[in-house]
Design a protein around this ligand. Sequence first.
Ligand code: ARG
Length: 239
Amino acid sequence: DDGGGGSGSGSDISTISEGTLTVCSDIPYEPFEYEDGGGYTGFDMDLMAAIAKGLDLELEVKDVGFDGLQSGASLAAGQCDIGASAMTITEEREANIDFSEPYYDSKQTLLVPSDSDIQSIDDLSGTKVGVQQGTTGKLYAEENAPDDAELVSFPSDAELYQAIKSGSIDAILQDLPVNLTHTEDGDFQIVEEYDTDESYGFAVKEEGAEALLEGVNEQLAKLKKDGSYDKIYNKYFST
Ligand code: ARG
C-alpha cells in the first residue's frame, strides 16, 4: 500500500505560488503542448496535470519562449517551478538545469514539402532550413547540414511551420513526433530520421528545487507503474 498520500503531500515542497505547481512551456509544440478549445493539452500537459495532482498541487501553465526555458533563465528568474516542454536532456543544459528522470525518447527528422526535391540532408545545399531557436534541432542542423545551407531560426514553432507553408523556407529540422503531426494532411513529408538518442526531461532550477524534483520523479515512477503513463502515451502516440 503506497497510501496515496505520504510522500505525495505537497507540504515539504515549496513552490513560487503556494499550493500551485507553476509550469513553463513553449506552446505550440504538438503533440506535447498545444491549445485545444481554449485550454492547453498534450502529452506533457497531461503528465504535468497528473503529477501536480499526485503532489496535491494546483496546476498553472505559462507559455514562455523555449530559448529562455532551455537556458535555465526562466527557471532561475522564478517565472515557474518546472519546465515541461519536450526538452531534451543535454550535458550543456545540465550546467544550468536539473532534469527529472527521462520520460520520452526522441530523435531528429527532416521535413520537406511533399513535392520537394530534397531527399536527404546533403540536398540542403543552397536551401533555407528552418529551425527553432535554442533547440537540439538547430544544433543538429548547425553541425550536419552543408555549409552553404542557410539556417533560419524562429522563436516559436507556430512561425516555423507557417514559414514552410508559405514557402519562405525549404525544410525543417525538428523532433520526430512534432514533424510527424505536420505530415498528416499530406502536404509535407519526413524524408530522413537521425538517431540523435534524445530523451526528454522535466526541468527545475539548479538549486532549491530538490524536494520538488524528488516528488516529480516519485510521481513519474508511480504513473509508469499504475498504467497512467501508458494511458496518456496511447492518447497521443499511436502504436
Ligand atoms: N527537444 C528539442 C529540444 O530540447 C525541442 C523542444 C522544443 N520544445 C518546445 N516546446 N518548443 O531542444
